[in-house]
Design a protein around this ligand. Structure first.
Ligand SMILES: [Zn+2]
Ligand SMILES: [Zn+2]
Length: 259
């Protein structure tokens, strides 16, 4: 079971006014505490860390200037849409070095988001799995129904796994690692405006990130990595995995062999 600490909904106060005076805006500080509680599940959690220590911890993880102050760069980062998987945890959500012990994986698209043709979703997911398959020996095969290694689906709010979604913005998706109780499960927030472009939330970019989790990757603090926790648009037509992503996925599955 996942620890109960991860079971609450992330609430993003979009109305928060900027700039925020460091350490004096309780709404801003409450926001940081909430964020820290949800995504940095370390045993050093509140109240052991001071406000400044928590902010420094967040700034270090996100590769920001480490000021210890609740400044604009930090709040802007914490407000960005993101993945629902915790960034750092001391709890045993997925102990060890999770990976699949086979190189051919099936995947299934259980349902579809609003406003996007099923064939478009299938093309996007194919491109996303191929991104990982192009740099490893992994082979992906699409199948129908629930009997697949990787099961992709779209849900609103509470959907039965204790990780409820929150509508547009905030948490976009989450996925379970190979060593979890539900390996290969990938859930997207149906409340997002999923798109093939820069509008709304680009499905290819989020799918590539979530499939990284499905294959065994944790979040990266490297801003060039697709496994960075927050969403940042880049053109899918020119997208490439970063050196960091390729190195980490090849540590799990090896390099692609060209015959
Ligand atoms: Zn993630
Ligand atoms: Zn879920």
């Amino acid at each position: 079971m996942l620890p109960s600490i991860v079971k609450a909904i992330l609430f993003l106060p979009w109305c928060l006014a900027l700039p925020v005076p460091p350490g004096t805006d309780l709404k801003g500080w409450d926001f940081v505490k909430d964020y820290f509680h949800h995504f940095f599940l370390t045993k050093k959690e509140l109240p052991l860390l001071t406000e400044g220590e928590q902010i420094r911890f967040l700034q270090q993880f996100f590769s920001l200037n480490v000021t210890g102050l609740l400044d604009k760069q930090t709040l802007d980062m914490l407000r960005r849409p993101r993945c629902g998987v915790p960034d750092v945890t001391d709890y045993s959500i997925s102990p060890g070095r999770p990976r699949w012990n086979k190189l051919t994986l099936t995947y299934s698209i259980i349902n579809y988001p609003f406003g996007m043709k099923p064939s478009t979703v299938e093309d996007i997911i194919y491109d996303a799995v191929s991104t990982w398959g192009n740099v490893t020996p992994l082979i992906f095969q699409q199948v129908k129904g629930q009997d697949a290694d990787i099961k992709i689906s779209f849900w609103d709010f509470e959907h039965g796994d204790d990780w409820p979604f929150d509508g547009p913005g905030g948490v976009l998706a989450h996925a379970f690692l190979p060593s979890s109780e539900t390996p290969g499960v990938v859930h997207f927030d149906k409340g997002e405006h999923w798109s093939t472009s820069y509008r709304g939330i680009n499905l290819f970019l989020v799918a590539t990130h979530e499939l990284g989790h499905s294959l065994g990757l944790y979040h990266s603090g490297n801003q060039n990595s697709i496994m960075y926790p927050t969403y940042d648009y880049q053109d899918p037509r020119t997208f490439q995995l970063s050196v960091d992503d390729i190195r980490r996925i090849q540590q799990l599955y090896g390099r692609k062999m060209f015959i």
